[in-house]
Ligand binder design. Structure first.
Ligand SMILES: [Zn+2]
Length: 114
């Protein structure tokens, strides 16, 4: 299951950070999630709770911050934020051809220890 493997990866990062910093309990995880991710916050929290049981991150709250998707224009190379409601359209040359640079990623920005 995709959601579960994503959250498993996030938990591994959290546990590694916690171990490296000698943290004995994690209260909150600040997570940056690309705006094109289809994972809903309530499901992320639910899976995280399930996976984190018995670890130092047990009971931690996920604080999800959405970060914009970035497109790199194939015509002129300009990078710009993709506004999902309008679709890709380069502000420099108006090309609609571009490659996704970011927008689907999950990044652990920081942890808050108990
Ligand atoms: Zn362009």
């Amino acid at each position: 299951m995709h959601e579960l493997s994503v959250m498993q990866g996030i938990l591994e990062v959290v546990l590694r950070h916690a171990a490296n910093n000698g943290v004995s309990g994690v209260e909150a995880v600040n997570l940056q999630v690309g705006s094109l991710s289809h994972l809903r916050e309530e499901w992320m929290q639910k899976y995280f709770h399930h996976l984190a049981a018995g670890t130092v991150a047990e009971g931690a709250v996920l604080r999800v911050q959405r970060v914009p998707a970035v497109i790199c224009c194939r015509e002129c190379g300009r990078k710009y934020e993709w506004q999902a409601r309008t679709g890709p359209s380069c502000p420099s040359c108006a090309s609609e051809r571009g490659d996704l640079v970011s927008g689907r990623e999950y990044t652990v920005a920081s942890l808050e220890a108990v």
